[in-house]
Write a protein that binds this ligand. Sequence first.
Ligand SMILES: [Zn+2]
Ligand SMILES: [Zn+2]
Length: 624
Amino acid sequence: MSAPVQEKQAYEQSGLYRLRHSAAHLMAQAVTELFPGSKLSIGPPIENGFYYDIDFPSTIKEEDLPKIDQRMRELAKLDMPIVRRVAKDRVDAKRIILEECTLGQGDATALYKLELLDAIPEGDEISFFEQRATDKQGKERVFIDLCRGPHIESTKEIKHFKLMSIAGAYWRGDVKNKQLTRIYGVAFDTKEELEHYLNMLEEAKKRDHRVLGRELGLFMFSPVVGQGLALWLPKGAVLRDVLSDYMKDEQTKRGYLPVVTPHIGNAKLYEKSGHIITYKEKMFPFMEDEEKETFILKPMNCPFHIEIYQSALRSYRDLPIRYAEFGTVYRYEQSGELAGMLRVRGFTQDDAHLFVREDQLLEEFKGVVDLIQVTRDRLGLNEMRFRLGTRDPNSDKYVGHPDNWKLAEDAIARACDEMGLDYDVSVGDAAFYGPKLDVIVKDALGRAWQMGTVQVDYNLPERFELEYIGEDGKPHRPIMIHRAPFGSLERMIGFLTEHYAGAFPFWMAPVQVAVLPIADRHNDYAEAIATALRGFKDKDAKLTGEMTGFAPIAVKPSSNLRVQVDDRRETLGKKIRENQRMKVPYMLIVGDNDIEAGTVGVRSREDGDLGAMTLQGFLERAGY
Ligand SMILES: [Zn+2]
Ligand SMILES: [Zn+2]
């Protein structure tokens, strides 16, 4: 759900990491005892806990978790010492897996472990996790698992844990493989930490953007439309517009140029970019037309923007060129990994690509970081950190020459240092074409979320042979910066919904003001108020409020507020409760006295009843 709070490397060396690793094995032991024939695959520690992916002989449900939980506690109390055993060689390792790890439950249960063994590089040490003890009945309880650790010393340290949920997960993350059952658990060093975490989850549940999104009329999902494909309801669509307008304004001030590109494109373009070789598993199935041309649903906007760059001869004076697009992209996320708006299959990035000269890179990069910081302030977020994702030199999921990677990684690190940014380095978290600086923000509950990103890229310009003519009259290669300060509108709005528990700040709220007539005879006045606040003017540039004869409804002509009139025939009390539940920042209640005095009764979401005011007075109060 959220990005790792701890810096990855430090976490992996912590005692908590060992505890959680060991808890995963303890759970696996409980499972093999309770459900003989279960095939174990992998069970790593994660943020706050651990999981284990298991191929069960028959379906298990969340109702089975307490049983597994209880068995884990029983086993933990046996105070089993945990030892690390090293296999003599590969043959010995295979024997241990088949004879000892399976605990007499049949060779077939070793299926996944044998595959994991095959994946261990030749020459690497192969080690096992082992715990055993004799229980009160004199029966030996033992569990052996292929794992290099590190683990804790004894099971008795595993006390403060809870099994949380079940999900589906494909073996090796590949949809073509069998779907396994993933059991998630959390584990902490102390009872207090566990309780604090569970309380936070309770609070988070109340703020769940999937629930609030529907209640507040922001967005929904429909199985008929498809998993991970969001439907934006009117209020959510307004929120999208408010955020995009804000970003577009900021970008215009900073010299960005808008571009618009299609949702599908020829596969050749994505072959050239390297997407098809490195990114294929995240792409929707390809489409072929009658002329045998293959098209793909775009997973990223970059190749299109590159085509636009290449459509003309560029000179050093043209650079930097900053192309911005709210581009909708599609990624084939596994169904088990979809999570409301936080992980969807179609989303709109606040994307831009900057084509810059070497001597402009540092300043342009800083400009992007500045935009991110300005955005953070506008969104009302206080805490923000950065994570520099670099290439894993041992992986083949990247394109480009190591020299280019070094240049890009150094450029980001230098810019971060010069700006005094607080950042961690995370090896292996780069994009396939370049290193990236991820923005991590903390929400009101202290949870860390990965939001926007900035990437420096020397590789795509090379693959596409991008050029500009330098001052020397010779061709030079530009560098690309990919950046999305929000990340995506979907993720950002999901995040903001939870951060604000649906009570968005005034400037952002889909409905900023609700006008509540007390009785039917106040409806026309309520409409006149709404029209004035909306800033509507007729062709003679007169406020409609004036035209309707309800003077004085004079407001700044630029108010342009999002206003709704609630003229349902309900009691005033019910209408107030309802608008409060919808988290509307201000209600303006109008009755006989208001019509007479030209006022409105103001009620604020946070401060309750504020009494009668003129419209101008209300706007000042709202900070408008
Ligand atoms: Zn382990
Ligand atoms: Zn890009």
